[in-house]
Design a protein around this ligand. Structure first.
Ligand SMILES: NC(=O)c1ccc[n+]([C@@H]2O[C@H](COP(=O)([O-])OP(=O)(O)OC[C@H]3O[C@@H](n4cnc5c(N)ncnc54)[C@H](OP(=O)(O)O)[C@@H]3O)[C@@H](O)[C@H]2O)c1
Length: 281
């Protein structure tokens, strides 16, 4: 049984590849940059671009199961949003290849078009819907933590339940390999509800050095991000406007990771320790 992982070099996809390999699966990884990508030994690496579905037939040939990275609008990065991909066309390639089981990574508030396209293929499907990633703190904070041990942010009391990318992947790996997850949508969060101030403290513990926390006004936070070249739309949706909406909320951690994988969700301290090199001075 061969499993294709799309988004295989990404925050989540690289853990999907690792988790599948650890369980002895036969894995093919899709990337646009075959020579640059690093994968565990034994992984069959193929080049492909999801925005050019007509070029994907070889990558999908002989595939039984698929981890389908969200395609409709890729993750906003400080450099902007990646290109929009034709969801229906990519799912049609999977269907034509006879893929029997598709595990999507989507979210609670988007990607329904992708999910519906997958459901319409007649394959077994599972939707893994993570909330905000702990990895977002790399985009937001790693630069100043590396430079002067400081977290500078607006809305320090914004509260979320960020999830370790490895936990999202563990849920996906379970759904790819084990039975009993077909036709289910899993809402996946981290194990703790934490304010930004508490998240900064957790990162300090995880990386093993004290960090200063500086509260910015929304205007100061916006100016700081403009200086870093972050796009206006990303500043508003992700960093400033998005966080304002999380102040005074009390989100409940979901039990999904433990229920599906059998292990508790990884804490933010654990996540920061895993990313110590990303935060190193
Ligand atoms: N951040 C959050 O809080 C959050 C929450 C819920 C859902 N999500 C969703 O999760 C996704 C981000 O996941 P991530 O952080 O794991 O990804 P990521 O680290 O941003 O990595 C992006 C991946 O997409 C691949 N990719 C980009 N364009 C491609 C193309 N045209 N063809 C083929 N592959 C392409 C890249 O592969 P190569 O460069 O190797 O080709 C890479 O593996 C987004 O869609 C986002 O909406 C994010």
């Amino acid at each position: 049984m061969k499993i294709l992982v799309t988004g295989a070099t990404g925050n989540v996809g690289r853990h999907v590849v690792r988790g599948l390999v650890e369980r002895g699966a036969d894995v093919r990884a899709l990337t646009r940059h075959v020579t640059a990508a690093r994968f565990p030994a034994g992984v069959d690496v193929v080049e492909g671009d999801l925005s050019a579905p007509e070029s994907l037939a070889a990558a999908f040939a002989g595939i039984d199961r698929l981890f389908l990275f969200p395609l409709a609008y890729l993750r906003p990065t400080p450099r902007g949003f990646d290109d929009v991909v034709d969801t229906q066309a990519v799912v049609a390639v999977a269907q034509a290849a006879g893929v029997e089981r598709i595990v999507t990574m989507t979210s609670d508030d988007g990607f329904r078009e992708l999910e519906l396209a997958v459901e319409a293929t007649g394959s077994e499907w599972t939707h893994v819907r993570p909330g905000e990633f702990m990895a977002n703190r790399l985009d937001m904070w790693a630069h100043t933590i590396r430079t002067d041990d400081t977290v500078r942010t607006a809305h320090p009391e914004a509260r979320g339940v960020p999830v370790h990318e490895a936990d999202i992947a563990d849920v996906a790996v379970t759904a790819l390999l084990d039975d009993g997850h077909s036709g289910v949508a899993y809402h996946v969060t981290g194990p703790e509800a934490l304010t930004l101030r508490e998240q900064a403290a957790a990162i300090a513990t995880g990386v093993g050095r004290p960090l200063r926390f500086v509260e910015l006004t929304p205007a100061e936070a916006t100016a700081q991000m403009r200086e870093q070249g972050i796009l206006e739309e990303v500043i508003e949706t992700e960093f400033v406007g998005g966080l304002a909406a999380q102040v005074g909320t009390f989100p409940t951690p979901a039990a999904t990771v433990e229920q599906v994988t059998g292990h508790p969700g990884r804490t933010m301290v654990h996540w920061a320790a895993d990313h110590r090199a990303d935060f190193a001075r």
